[in-house]
Write a new protein. Structure first.
Length: 56
């Protein structure tokens, strides 16, 4: 399980990343809670969601 400090660093990295990097972080990061995944989705560009779905 990822603690809050680790998640905040991950979220900052996620926000600054390109779409492809965001997808990579989303699908390869282990130990996130359902709520943490949801929080990352909130900052994912909605017009690119199909790319994320393909990667999953």
């Amino acid at each position: 399980m990822v603690d809050n400090n680790q998640f905040q660093r991950l979220k900052e990295k996620f926000q600054a990343a390109t779409v492809d990097e965001k997808i990579d972080l989303y699908v390869t990061t282990e130990g996130l809670t359902q709520n943490q995944y949801k929080e990352l989705l909130r900052v994912f560009p909605l017009d690119q969601i199909s790319k994320l779905e393909e990667a999953l």
